[in-house]
Design a protein. Structure first.
Length: 118
């Protein structure tokens, strides 16, 4: 077992997208990958976004996220469908989903994804 107190408060590395105030970091990474994705362990951590330029992100892995602070305005770029995700809401992103993340102030999501560690 692993335990990390107050992981929510850890400073996360920048996503390095010019003009976008977004940070993402892995808190824990599994030591074993699944049988179907031997090269992709399970990674979990926090995604922080500040108001400003939106983050346009295309997933190349599966991920689930729960909003733990603030709210995200999310647009599925391929369909134009919009969501206002608030604290306690859970999101599932599939491989290939192109998502536009925005927030009116600040938002934080806890994620769990099947991908290579950062």
């Amino acid at each position: 077992m692993k335990y990390k107190q107050q992981a929510f408060k850890d400073q996360q590395p920048s996503m390095n997208v010019e003009g976008v105030a977004a940070w993402l970091g892995d808190t824990f990474v599994s030591s074993l990958a699944s049988a179907n994705n031997k090269d992709k362990p399970l990674c979990a951590g926090f995604f922080h976004l500040e108001a400003g330029k939106p983050l346009d992100y295309t997933y190349d892995y599966e991920e689930m996220k729960i909003v733990v602070e603030g709210e995200f305005n999310i647009t599925e770029a391929n369909t134009g469908k919009k969501y206002n995700a608030k604290v306690g809401d859970v999101l599932y992103f599939s491989d290939g989903d192109r998502i536009i993340f925005e927030t009116p102030n600040r938002a934080v999501g806890f994620f769990c994804g099947q991908r290579a560690p950062l």
